[in-house]
Design a binder for this molecule. Structure first.
Ligand code: FES
Length: 165
């Protein structure tokens, strides 16, 4: 039986930012490749700043807690600020927004937080495709496989992001 950190339990019992936005500027969906749980993120974006963020999740407690924390943390942030730095730094920052808050997760649940990050990046990609901003789109295309490595952390240590940087 897993021992979840208190923060996970709190966010699971009282998730923040649940639901859809009316007429969102961006929507991203991810089917977690490890377990099939689905997370959907909705963004309101104005002048590159995330004004509002909501989510729906058909997933486990950690997935719901991850999306709850992440949507709260990205509100008010400039997308260019979230996507600044090296590719590795960006992915670490985005996953860290969740995991720094949730605490130490059981190994079998380490595949849950990256789905929220990929749903967010998918939403941002869609948003900038209609602008279009080729630089941001190509950057996110590079980030997606880096985030995907985080799904494997609970499996083989040699597949973890830190062993491939
Ligand atoms: Fe599927 Fe957590 S068990 S995302």
């Amino acid at each position: 039986m897993f021992k979840f950190p208190d923060q996970v339990i709190q966010h699971f019992k009282h998730p923040q930012n649940v639901g859809e936005l009316d007429h969102p500027d961006a929507v991203g969906t991810v089917d977690n490749p490890v377990c099939g749980d689905v997370t959907e993120i909705y963004l309101r974006i104005n002048d590159g700043v995330i004004q509002d963020a909501r989510f729906k999740s058909f997933g486990c407690a950690v997935t719901i807690a991850s999306a709850s924390v992440f949507t709260g943390k990205i509100k008010g942030n400039d997308i260019s600020g979230l996507l600044s730095g090296s590719d590795q730094e960006i992915v670490k920052r985005l996953v860290g927004l969740i995991e720094d808050d949730l605490g130490e997760l059981p190994a079998a649940k380490l595949h849950c937080p990256p789905a929220t990050v990929q749903a967010f990046l998918g939403a941002v990609t869609g948003y900038y495709r209609s602008r279009p901003d080729i630089e941001i789109i190509s950057r996110i295309e590079r980030l997606m496989p880096l985030v995907a490595r985080y799904y494997k952390r609970g499996e083989r240590p040699e597949d973890s992001p830190s062993s491939q940087s």
